[in-house]
Structures are given as structure tokens and as C-alpha cells.
Ligand binder design. Structure first.
Ligand code: ASP
Length: 410
């Protein structure tokens, strides 16, 4: 993280962390498959270690987002520059998410004939009050100075960081002590994060093993086709959309991009948390050439508002649920799904399971029964692992593109 590091040493260390995470992932799958009969044990005694790890990550993420965005904004020194980076970022995020939903809908329609018709009469899903699109917008703005951090409401933390960062720029010279303070605290929190990240192989194992032990058998059942449709959508979006944007707008070979992203990808897959993957994502993108000032602004924003994988999942599940209820969606309903899923992705928190809660909003927008969520809830974690992986890869592609744009502008 600090600029004085020996690059060769960093490379070796990071390579080995990626390798460790990969080994942990393979071991977790093997152990999970072997423990299918003892899934209670895995859930009671292995999962808690994953929870501890995830808690530590969540604990550090608030301060990291707050300080890295403040320090990123301040280092840009110019509010216009922040606005132009913010503008490109938000447009890219919205466009790719809308494309993602379309991909999800197309794939699900192609798979339509293969979806099983599941029994829906006895379904009940304790749906949280479906969020309205306007709520999503209102919830962006904090009403209290501490609540955004204590409630880990990242969108509000971002707004806070932007306001404070802008104020520091406007005050100018006389705020230099504060600038120094913000930068030093940023270094300190980054260090804490580095310490926590050393535990990630252990965390990955403890998070993934119980999931495999619990879901291994279920997946082979009736939900295999919907899962397959979602994963084909995730893969297609990554291979077509990101490869294209990274190459044409980011000036980076897609192979190099995906290779460099591997540690973050593996971590996101196991943890199912974009926000939790943020620290590792920052490391990977910076090593791929994204500038620190860009990644410290674009990635926290992306981990909060940009969820292409979640959008694909919502498109696929909407069609699947409709087909289980024997409902045929019209083209205008599909367009509505694209719009609501894009907005829902802004309101989805970067934590495990959040996308499923926002699915209620998408279903409600086209009058589909919210109880239908119960059909896919049992394997949500498996959907989530893939959608989170795509979510963070999308954020990283944006960091590469915006950095390239700024380099060219200089
Ligand atoms: N788990 C996802 C993420 O962190 C959000 C979701 O549930 O879709 O990106």
C-alpha cells in the first residue's frame, strides 16, 4: 500500500496470497463435498470463523471508504475533476448494469423451456417491506453524522466523504493540517486492512466449506437450470462486455485484466461481499495500472452502487418466478424490469444476500408475487457468489478505464 514498498517483494507476497486463497477455495470445496452428511457440524463450527473474518472486514470497510474517498477527492485538488471522474463512472456503471439486466432477461428467455414448473401454492416468503425506487434515492443522503458509519450505510458514507472532501478543497491552504491528518489516518486504516487480509485464506475456507456442505445436493435438484442460466449470464457479461470495455476504453488486454484480478475474483466468489472485497480489489486494480486517486474513488462507489451480477440474477429470477407461476411477461414489463433492476442495484448493499432482498422491488414493479422469492432463496448463496464476482470485476474495469482516460487527458 505504501509507496515505499519494494515492488518485487510486493509482487511475490501478493502472488502467494492469491495462491493461498486459491488453495483455500479448492480445499473448501473438497472438504464441503466430503462433509455433506455433516453439514450441521460445518455450519455450527466452521462457519463462525468465516463470520469472524467477515466481521473484521466489515469493521474496517467503513473507515476505509470514508478516508480513501476523502483522501482521493482531496488529492484531485479540483472539484471539476472529481465531477468529471464521477460523471464518467456513474454513466459507465448505469450503462453496464442496464446491459447486464438485458443479458439476464435474454438468457432466461432462452432457458425458459428448460425451467421446471415448481409448486407455488404453498409458498410463503417473509418479504421485508418492498423498497420503492424513491426510497433508494432518499436513502442516499445521511441525516446524522455517525449513523452512516455505525449502520455501515456505504452510500451515505460516500456522500459524507464527498462533502468533507469538497469542503477541504474549497478551504484550501488553511486546511492543510486536516489534509495531512486525513492522509495519515488513511494510511493507518489501510495498514489495519492489510493485517486483516492476511487472514483471507482462512476466511475463504471457513466461508465456503459450509456452503458446499449445505447446498451440494440441492444444486443438483430442480434449481440447477436457473443457476446455470445465471452463471452463463455472468460469464457472458464478463467475457463480452468487460473484455470489450477494458480493451477499447482501458487500453488493457482482457487476459491481463482477468489474470491480475484473480485474487479479488477468488475472494469475492468465496465471501459474496463486494464491500468486503474492496481492499483486495484496490490492490489488484492498482497493480494493473489504475491510479490510486481513481481507484480509491471509483471502487468504493462501485462496491456500493454498481452491481451487474445482481442485475443479471434479478432478470433471470424474475423470468424464472414468472414461469413457475405460469405468468407470461410482456415486452413492456421486461423494459420495466431493466429500469428497476438498474435502480435496485444502486440500493443493494455489497454484503451477502442483499440482492435477494432487492429482488422484491423488481418483482413488485411488474406485479409478480413476492412469495416467489422462496423458490430461489434456498440456493441464494450460490447465485450470490457468482453475482458478487461479477459486481467487483465491473468496478475494477471502470477503475482501469477512468485511469486510462485521465492519463490520456494529461
Ligand atoms: N452480495 C452481493 C455483493 O456484495 C450483493 C448481492 O447480494 O447481490 O455484491
Amino acid at each position: 500500500m505504501s509507496s515505499k514498498k519494494n515492488p518485487e517483494k510486493t509482487q511475490r507476497k501478493r502472488m502467494s496470497l492469491a495462491m493461498q486463497i486459491f488453495i483455500a477455495l479448492i480445499l473448501a470445496i473438497i472438504a464441503g463435498l466430503l462433509m455433506q452428511k455433516y453439514s450441521d457440524f460445518a455450519v455450527s463450527y466452521i462457519k463462525p470463523f468465516g463470520t469472524i473474518f467477515l466481521n473484521l472486514v466489515k469493521f474496517i470497510v467503513g473507515p476505509i471508504v470514508l478516508f480513501s474517498i476523502m483522501s482521493g477527492v482531496i488529492s484531485l485538488k479540483d472539484i471539476r475533476k472529481v465531477e468529471s471522474i464521477g460523471g464518467i463512472t456513474v454513466v459507465y456503471y448505469f450503462c453496464t448494469t442496464a446491459v447486464a439486466t438485458v443479458i439476464g432477461l435474454v438468457i432466461a428467455n432462452l432457458f425458459h423451456g428448460f425451467f421446471p414448473v415448481l409448486e407455488t401454492s404453498s409458498l410463503t416468503y417473509e418479504a421485508p417491506a418492498a423498497t420503492s425506487p424513491m426510497d433508494v434515492i432518499v436513502n442516499i443522503f445521511p441525516s446524522n453524522f455517525l449513523a452512516p458509519i455505525t449502520e455501515a450505510n456505504m452510500l451515505q458514507v460516500i456522500v459524507m466523504a464527498l462533502l468533507i472532501g469538497f469542503a477541504v478543497i474549497l478551504i484550501g491552504e488553511s486546511a492543510s493540517a486536516a489534509v495531512n491528518g486525513i492522509n495519515r489516518w488513511n494510511d493507518i486504516f489501510m495498514k489495519v486492512m492489510e493485517m486483516i487480509l492476511k487472514l483471507s485464506p482462512l476466511g475463504v475456507f471457513a466461508l465456503l466449506c459450509p456452503v458446499v456442505a449445505e447446498n451440494g445436493a440441492k444444486v443438483i435438484g430442480s434449481l440447477a437450470m436457473v443457476l446455470l442460466a445465471a452463471y452463463i449470464g455472468y460469464l457472458l457479461h464478463a467475457i463480452v462486455v468487460y473484455s470489450l470495455t477494458v480493451r477499447t476504453l482501458g487500453g488493457l488486454s482482457p487476459i491481463e485484466f482477468f489474470k491480475g484480478m484473480m485474487p479479488a475474483i477468488l475472494f469475492a466468489f468465496s465471501s459474496a461481499s463486494s464491500v468486503g472485497t474492496l481492499p483486495l480489489n484496490m490492490e489488484c486494480t492498482e497493480e494493473l495500472g489504475a491510479s490510486k486517486e481513481v481507484s480509491s474513488f471509483v471502487l468504493p462507489l462501485g462496491a456500493t452502487i454498481n452491481m451487474d451480477g445482481t442485475a443479471i440474477y434479478q432478470g433471470v429470477c424474475a423470468i424464472f418466478i414468472a414461469s413457475c407461476y405460469g405468468i407470461h411477461l410482456t415486452l413492456s414489463q421486461m423494459v420495466k424490469i431493466v429500469l428497476t433492476a438498474t435502480l435496485a442495484s444502486v440500493g443493494t448493499a455489497g454484503v451477502p444476500g442483499a440482492g435477494m432482498i432487492m429482488l422484491a422491488m423488481v418483482l413488485a414493479s411488474v406485479g409478480l408475487p413476492i412469495d416467489g422469492i422462496a423458490l430461489v432463496a434456498g440456493v441464494d448463496r450460490i447465485f450470490d457468489m457468482g453475482r458478487t464476482t461479477l459486481n467487483i470485476t465491473g468496478d475494477a474495469s471502470c477503475a482501469i478505464i477512468v485511469s486510462n482516460f485521465l492519463r490520456k487527458k494529461k
